[in-house]
Design a protein. Structure first.
Length: 646
């Protein structure tokens, strides 16, 4: 009884409705509803508890009847009744919100009235106000008030405050562990935080409570696609009622699953179904474009572009895919136009600021200072770069400890962010002619066919090597920092120099049986801090990995190391991207259990290691001279369709 009394201490229920509130709040809603039907309410508090109970049971007709016919005596109750009539009978959400505001302004209004207030705010698109109300007026959250806690969690989820959403939903779940809405909230929040297994478990439990329900099924499909279990996605789709309308996002997940299984006709049909099920969905257009680009179907690409150009032009992924298609067609200037458009779009949306670690790690700050100092020595630093160098100098003088961080406040903090995020120099370096050295590529292809890896020395022509190294040294596009000691630049963020595109294009022609028509999926450059290690054990998502180095040999102090170690074991097809790209502990265990053999490829300037991307690999130990000019720089090109489930 004490627990029940604690749940309802703010509201004066009659004894039976005190029991009903307890049963409803602890997930025993059918029992609460049965008790409610046999005991008419004796006051406003009882009647409103009946409304909440009916709402949670989905009995909106009886709920509306109570709201419309009850002779409410309290101000808050009368306003709540009027609000719910406006919502349910007239679909007038704006007027409903006006009444609810008046209700919750009454100090006597119970917690459940505030739950409806949050629901109304969200229904009217007032996400910021709902989230602010949760943070400012409902802290700490009231214990045991599961209806309110659920609404609070939904407000946090709508604001993308995912950690708080999980905290609130978990508080409700501890009392009411069979609450469908809570489980869906937890699934969405965990999904956005990339806890895909947890999100899947939440969705599966929700689906057990309401089998075949659309929100739970949709979440199951999303999670299983992320986890690479495409058959499970298709199976979940098959459980939906055949006569029920299917929203576009469900068709998109189905198309993603078929594409993951390389079932192209089925994938195209699903994405087309998504486009016909409602307003054109970006994800469906993107999915179709990716299929056509990977297939090299230029006519289909052009037709899709003609139909959905307005959507594609505003989406970085679509612009990237169109650029990669042009590269596949050897239209290098057009390809670079699309890729630089991606860069411009990222700059406009403040992508570098979103990528910036704050507090700023010392290695990231040191890299940017040293790069700007090099540009200054070479006479290539513009006004913004000189200002940035002046901003970074005092921090650089305090540096030396790789574990140090910097987080100035106010104007100093804004100046540091700007110095690190702005593009101060992006050279326009035209390139024509042969980018690759003349090598015996027939023998190289035969060796790859036998071993799934091959080393190519004297990879680039001298001028191509010089141009690419100069671009890597000077372009201030290295905005992605990794805590193991390296910074990255990517195709959509400016790493698309003419010489790089020429290398990517010409490599397909000299290795027709290994690369051939396989499209370039991604390219990046990584630049390493000599004091740290580099990339952990991992595998990549493509078919072919082309990895080559451009820093002079004189920078490497140990010619037996400094390159990479490649193991003869591929990751299993059943593993997810998180398994093979971010879980180095699991990979090391896998290698140990299978007694995997390794091949060390020592560092050499202009050396290329070309191998099956599914082979596990790791940066070798680094022993390079200090100084910016001596930083190890590697460039990676990834070709071929991403790993599937079979």
């Amino acid at each position: 009884y004490n627990d029940r009394q604690r749940l309802t201490c703010q509201v004066m229920f009659s004894p039976k409705y005190n029991e009903i509130k307890y049963l409803r709040s602890t997930g025993q809603r059918p029992t609460a509803l049965s008790l409610l039907k046999s005991h008419p309410p004796v006051n406003d508090e009882d009647a409103f508890e009946a409304v909440v109970c009916l709402f949670q049971m989905g009995d909106f007709d009886n709920m509306l009847n109570v709201c419309a016919t009850r002779p409410w005596t309290s101000l808050w109750a009368a306003r709540m009744g009027a609000a719910l009539v406006e919502m349910l009978a007239r679909d007038n959400l704006q007027q409903a919100l006006i009444y609810v505001r008046e209700a919750v302004a009454d100090p006597a209004a119970p917690h459940d009235a505030r739950a409806f207030f949050l629901i109304m705010l969200l229904a009217n698109g007032l996400t910021d106000e709902a989230h602010g109300y949760v943070r400012e007026r409902l802290h700490p959250p009231p214990a045991g008030e599961t209806f309110l806690l659920t609404a609070m969690a939904e407000a946090a989820l709508a604001k993308k405050d995912f950690v708080h959403a999980i905290q609130l939903a978990s508080a409700a779940f501890s009392t009411d562990f069979e609450n469908y809405r809570i489980l869906i909230i937890r699934s969405h929040a965990n999904f956005e935080l990339r806890y895909y297994h947890e999100a899947l478990g939440n969705a599966q439990l929700a689906n057990r409570l309401d089998p075949g329900s659309l929100p739970a099924t949709m979440q199951i499909m999303r999670c299983q696609n992320k986890l690479g279990d495409h058959y499970a996605v298709i199976s979940a789709f098959d459980t939906l009622a055949s006569d029920a309308p299917v929203p576009p996002e469900v068709h998109i997940e189905l198309g993603t699953a078929w594409a993951g299984l390389n079932r192209v006709p089925e994938a195209i049909a699903a994405f087309r179904a998504a486009l016909s099920a409602g307003p054109p969905a970006l994800e469906a257009v993107r999915g179709l474009l990716k299929i056509h680009v990977n297939a090299g179907d230029g006519a289909a690409v052009e037709a899709l572009t003609g139909q959905y150009a307005e959507i594609m032009d505003t989406d970085i992924d679509c612009v990237l895919l169109r650029g990669l298609h042009q590269l596949q067609c050897s239209h290098l200037d057009t390809a670079r136009h699309f890729l630089m458009t991606c860069h411009d779009m990222n700059v406009q949306r403040g992508d570098a600021l979103a990528l910036l670690h704050w507090p700023v790690p010392e290695p990231r700050l040191r890299h940017d200072y040293e790069q700007l100092e090099l540009l200054n020595r070479r006479g290539k630093l513009n006004a913004s770069g000189k200002n940035a160098l002046a901003v970074l100098t005092p921090y650089y003088r305090q540096s030396g400890d790789t574990g140090r961080i910097f987080a100035p406040e106010g104007a100093e903090g804004e100046a540091l962010r700007k110095a690190l995020c702005d593009i101060h120099h992006l050279p326009e370096s035209p390139f024509q002619g042969a980018a690759l050295q003349v090598n015996d590529y027939r023998t190289i292809e035969a060796q790859y066919a036998a071993d799934k890896m091959v080393v190519i020395d004297n990879f680039l022509m001298p001028q191509a090597l010089i141009e690419l190294r100069r671009f890597c040294e000077e372009a201030t596009i290295w905005k992605t920092y990794y805590r193991t000691g390296y910074t990255g630049a990517f195709l959509t963020r400016g790493f698309s120099s003419p010489v790089l595109l020429a290398i990517a294009d010409q490599l397909k022609r000299v290795m027709p049986s290994v690369i051939g028509d396989a499209p370039l999926l991604q390219a990046w450059g990584f630049k390493y801090d000599q004091r740290l290690q580099g990339i952990n054990t991992h595998a990549d998502f493509a078919k072919i990995n082309v990895n080559f180095w451009v820093t002079p040999d004189a920078s490497c102090l140990d010619s037996t190391t400094g390159g990479m170690v490649i193991y003869n074991r591929p990751v299993p097809n059943s593993w997810t991207a998180a398994d093979y790209n971010s879980n180095s502990g699991k990979l090391k265990t896998f290698l140990r259990v299978h007694n995997a053999e390794s091949r060390r490829v020592p560092y050499r300037e202009n050396r290329c290691a070309l191998f099956d991307s599914s082979l596990i690999h790791v940066t070798d130990e680094l022993h390079f001279k200090p100084g910016y000019d001596n930083r190890r720089i590697n460039v990676t090109l990834l070709y071929g369709r991403a790993r599937g489930s079979e």
